[in-house]
Design a protein around this ligand. Structure first.
Ligand SMILES: NC(=O)c1ccc[n+]([C@@H]2O[C@H](COP(=O)([O-])OP(=O)(O)OC[C@H]3O[C@@H](n4cnc5c(N)ncnc54)[C@H](O)[C@@H]3O)[C@@H](O)[C@H]2O)c1
Length: 449
């Protein structure tokens, strides 16, 4: 059975339904509605981008679809990216290697920080001190000490700080949260999530441009607080592979699974975590493992198990499965499915090791107490799938939510506390892997224990 609900999902139900695509684009629909609402000149938000690589360019392209947003400046440490930004957004775009020149400009209201992780805290805090609102990419932190500084930076300056885990604004995750709260799978006991990849690009081997050199790359500025080493183009363009700049698979990918799990369940975070892993396949000089398995305790709530695997011989996939007492809920791509496997209400029996006389006696009493309810066996499993419309973009919704807060000064959907609780939980994995021990975390106080 197919039915469309008010919020634009395609709902598919049946004994073993497969998700089907829906024509029409919510992203386009929302954008069209947004465009219909006029934005006055006073409401125009002028933005700048700090860190114009893959995600920075994507975030900016998406941000510019939100009505009333104008890009005026870009900072990056590689000249080729600044040149490409001018190709995309016009020659009058102000570009610089030094983001302080952007922060000094009075005509910029907000910045997108999409640098490597080791720059997030410094760029975000300096931007807020300069009076800018900030959309800072995930993972919020690179070091645990970054968390309190960013939270305090936002509080003390009164600037808006939103972290860039777009799933927190996703209609799919909102649906999953609502289904769980409505008891769709009974009591939640366990969450398992995975991110399996099977390609060099998936394993972070991003392209190094042929002109990469200390002339075209501002190497000292890229390094920032990282250990000083001679220019290395791979470190510059494939920084995720080294822990001095990136935060491993945990900071890159577990963090999305944590922010999704926290958003859907309302949990603040685990109280302890342990992870194991290894550098199994991509032995190319990197020091971040390519396989990681983590286990996390959410006391009195559920257990969480996460996996990232960059050497998967099978198909790539990413998703979360929530296991409850009455069924399971799975998020895969732009869909969420609930599956309920009917379970007999009677307790059942294990009597065949008893004497025949005893078996007869038992069965007589048992059937008197539990009459047969389903003479033809239990009904088939029921699956309900909700599919977001084709072309739906949670990144658009996340940026749209950010700019709405910039205008209204109301709280953002993903503040620094939420961002720290997700990234702080994720980075327990790196600590546990390095130390070979279980690591404790106080998710309320946001401190290692
Ligand atoms: N939300 C998501 O789904 C998502 C997806 C991909 C990446 N990200 C995050 O976005 C961030 C950037 O990732 P990416 O893949 O775009 O990396 P990237 O290497 O493609 O881009 C980073 C850019 O930052 C520039 N840079 C480095 N130091 C700088 C500095 N001090 N000032 C200005 N620019 C500087 C680099 O020159 C580079 O162009 C990371 O933190 C990553 O975790 C988020």
């Amino acid at each position: 059975m197919h039915e469309m609900n008010r919020r634009g999902f395609l709902k598919v139900t049946g004994a073993a339904s497969a998700a089907t695509l829906l024509a029409g684009k919510v992203h386009a629909l929302v954008a069209a509605q947004d465009e219909a609402a006029p934005v006055s000149a006073n409401d125009r938000i002028q933005i700048a981008l700090i860190g114009a690589g893959g995600q920075g360019q994507y975030d900016t392209r998406t941000a510019l679809q939100v009505p009333g947003v104008k890009l005026v400046a870009v900072a990056d440490c590689y000249d080729g990216r600044l040149a490409h930004c001018k190709e995309m957004w016009g020659d009058d775009l102000f570009t610089t290697r030094d983001y302080n020149e952007i922060l000094a400009r009075k005509d910029i209201d907000a910045v997108i920080v999409a640098t490597p992780d080791h720059w997030h805290k410094q760029a975000a805090v300096e931007a807020m001190k300069a009076g800018k609102d900030v959309y800072c990419e995930k993972p919020m932190i690179h070091l645990y000490s970054d968390g309190p500084e960013m939270i305090e930076g936002s509080r003390a300056t009164g600037r808006i700080l939103q972290i860039g885990s777009q799933r927190v604004s996703s209609m799919v995750y909102v649906k999953a949260r609502d289904l769980l709260a409505a008891g769709a799978i009974g009591q939640l006991n366990m969450v398992t999530a995975r991110w399996d990849r099977n390609s060099a690009i998936g394993a972070w081997d991003y392209t190094v441009p042929p002109d990469a050199s200390p002339v075209t790359c501002d190497w000292p500025r890229f390094l920032g607080t990282a250990p000083k080493i001679p220019f290395n183009a791979e470190h510059f363009f494939q920084w995720r592979k080294w822990n001095a700049y990136g935060s491993g698979v945990a900071g890159d990918l577990f963090v999305h699974l944590f922010s999704g799990t926290h958003f859907i369940t309302g949990a603040m975070g685990p109280t302890r975590g342990m992870a194991t892993g290894g550098l199994r396949y991509w032995k190319d000089g990197r020091n971040a493992p390519d396989v990681m398995l983590g286990l996390f305790d959410y006391p009195q709530a559920f257990n969480l198990s996460l996996r990232v695997n960059f050497v998967d011989g099978g198909s790539e996939s990413e998703g979360l499965i929530f296991t409850g007492s009455e069924g399971t809920m799975e998020i895969a791509g732009d869909s969420v499915s609930v599956s309920r496997v009917p379970r007999a209400k009677e307790p059942g029996y294990t009597i065949d090791t008893f004497t025949e006389a005893m078996q007869k006696q038992f069965l007589k009493q048992y059937r008197a107490k539990y009459p047969i309810v389903h003479p033809e066996g239990l009904p088939a499993a029921q699956v309900e799938t909700y599919v977001a419309p084709d072309g739906y973009s949670d990144s658009y919704d996340h940026l749209r939510n950010f700019f709405a807060s910039v205008r209204s000064r109301q709280p953002v959907v993903e503040d620094a506390v939420f961002g720290f609780r997700a990234a702080g939980a994720a980075l327990l994995s790196n600590l546990s892997y390095e130390r070979g021990t279980v690591v404790g975390w106080d998710p309320v106080a946001m401190k290692l224990t």
